[in-house]
Design a protein around this ligand. Structure first.
Ligand SMILES: [Zn+2]
Length: 137
């Protein structure tokens, strides 16, 4: 990639396209998110295995408080792992879109996604109007 001078106030050009400098920084940020999410998923899955492997099955010798605590912990770790997997797939999509130079274009209508939206949600793949339409379905 050609090295460009760092001009932060022009990180996004007037026409909504992204400069290479900004993309390099964003890519690093997303790659760091990806590592953190993978770690979170690994940790959650390890805890789940520990909870499941602990004790000798449903109710055998557990008192109700322990069983309730385990159920709560299991549900918490499962939703944590699931949320992290969803985020991870969004991060990987965004990284792929940076690499194939389609980053910043709406996946649905192809128009540029507003830069303010991408700065707030770097993983966004839909423009605001397409996102709203999807949420109404
Ligand atoms: Zn759109």
């Amino acid at each position: 990639m050609v090295a460009l001078p760092v001009v932060p106030e022009r990180a996004v050009d007037a026409d909504g396209t992204w400069t290479d400098t900004k993309l390099v920084a964003l890519r690093a940020e997303l790659a760091a998110d990806r590592e953190a999410l993978r770690q979170t998923i690994t940790d959650a899955e390890r805890v789940l295995v520990a909870i499941q492997g602990d004790g000798s099955g449903e109710g055998a010798g557990d008192d109700q408080v322990d069983a309730g605590t385990k159920t709560f912990e299991r549900e918490h770790e499962m939703s944590l792992a699931q949320n992290s997997k969803d985020l991870l797939s969004q991060v990987e999509r965004a990284l792929g879109r940076i690499d194939d130079r389609t980053y910043g274009a709406c996946e649905s209508c192809g128009r540029p996604i507003a830069k303010a939206r991408l700065q707030a949600f770097p993983r966004a793949t839909l423009c605001v109007s397409c996102k709203q339409r999807e949420e109404r379905r």
